[in-house]
Design a protein around this ligand. Structure first.
Ligand code: SF4
Length: 360
């Protein structure tokens, strides 16, 4: 049986097998927008996405909720979540982005997030990153600042999940993680309550490893006595880590470029990034290289919106016209520009971020 660990970093490789086992639908609605995330097929699966595509096509109301747990600084893997959020907002979704400070504290070991205050300090940096990436401050909230209706819903949800169900879905009954799950379910469902946007189809984008959360959320939405729609989900591919074969991880800094990395740190990481290059320059010129396994190409695919550049890089790599040194230089130049601009925006956003996190 395939193991999906909602808190782990095991990389899923056999997608079709997982779809079948967990009842996910293969994503088909790639023509909904010509955005690069759709064109490049970063979304792979869905549950009930037709409700959302119908709402977009017919200009009907729909909602979205996305969240990030405050377990550390954001890297380019997290940026994909934010890019999807901004895209669905542009497609018409009434939107909320949750910065999960309580979740970040209660579901992580103390060595990582020692107190709720540490989680809030991380939350400030996370919120500033979101604003710098184009998320509107009014669309961001932190769990610790939520209204009483949100907490009432969280306790209602706790009445609908048994210990056995939790054990069956997650394989343990860790109290901190159970609390985090209740909040995550409340995050997704509460946007449909009258004090928020009211009943409407809701979309949340997640990685395949987060499917246990999606299943339990959909299940609970049918059991609680609230007038709401069963939420829809889309599943996107995680950008993998910079080294051969692994996933980006906040706890392993060398697997990812972080949004607050200095240019020197970023350049050092790109220099060491795994590529699909050949052993010698002569061989690469003669036979070409393999962009399909290359982490530099993957960085371009997930974040460089220029289709012509991406296409040319792919073809030149395959033909041997482009060597890895030059390609890495292109990557460092482009990332350097992005990080410099981003970090300037983050500095400006910090006072607003503090207000959102501390409420004053
Ligand atoms: Fe990767 Fe670029 Fe080398 Fe091709 S040329 S393998 S895309 S670094």
């Amino acid at each position: 049986m395939t193991k999906i660990d909602a808190w782990g970093s095991n990389k899923i490789t056999n997608y079709k097998h997982v779809f079948k086992e967990f009842g996910l639908n293969e994503f088909k609605d790639y023509n909904l927008t010509d955005n690069y995330l759709f064109k490049r097929k970063i979304i792979i699966a869905e549950r009930d996405f037709s409700k959302i595509s119908n709402a977009i096509k017919n200009k009907k109301k729909f909602l979205q909720l996305t969240g990030i747990a405050c377990s550390g600084d954001l890297h380019f893997g997290h940026k994909v979540d934010v890019d999807f959020f901004n895209l669905f907002k542009r497609l018409g979704a009434e939107s909320k982005f949750c910065i999960c400070d309580i979740d970040g504290y209660v579901s992580r070991p103390d060595s990582k997030v020692a107190t709720i205050e540490v989680a809030k300090e991380v939350a400030v940096r996370n919120v500033a990153d979101l604003i710098a990436l184009g998320v509107k401050p009014k669309d961001i909230y932190v769990q610790s600042q939520k209204e009483k209706e949100y907490y009432q819903l969280t306790y209602e949800i706790s009445k609908k999940i048994t210990q056995n169900t939790f054990q069956a879905i997650y394989g343990h009954v860790d109290l901190g993680k159970m609390s985090a799950v209740l909040l995550q379910i409340a995050d997704i469902l509460h946007v449909q309550l009258p004090f928020m946007f009211g009943k409407a189809p809701t979309i949340t984008g997640i990685g395949l490893d987060q499917d246990p959360h999606a299943r339990i959320t959909r299940d609970v939405s049918k059991k609680i006595n609230y007038n709401i729609e069963v939420p829809s989900f889309f599943y996107f591919i995680h950008q993998s880590g910079l080294k051969e074969g692994n996933k980006m991880s906040t706890s392993e800094p060398n697997t990812a470029v972080f949004l607050n990395d200095s240019l020197k740190e970023m350049e050092k990481k790109i220099n060491k990034t795994f590529t699909g290059g050949r052993d010698t320059l002569e061989e690469q010129r003669a036979k070409g290289a393999n962009p399909d396994i290359c982490k530099v190409y993957e960085m371009f695919k997930f974040h460089n919106t220029d289709d012509k550049f991406l296409d040319k890089t792919y073809k030149d790599c395959k033909s041997g016209n482009l060597l890895c040194g030059e390609c890495k230089n292109n990557c460092k130049k482009w990332l350097g520009k992005f990080l410099t601009e981003h970090q300037t925006k983050v500095k400006k956003a910090l006072p607003t971020a503090k207000k959102i996190v501390y409420g004053k």
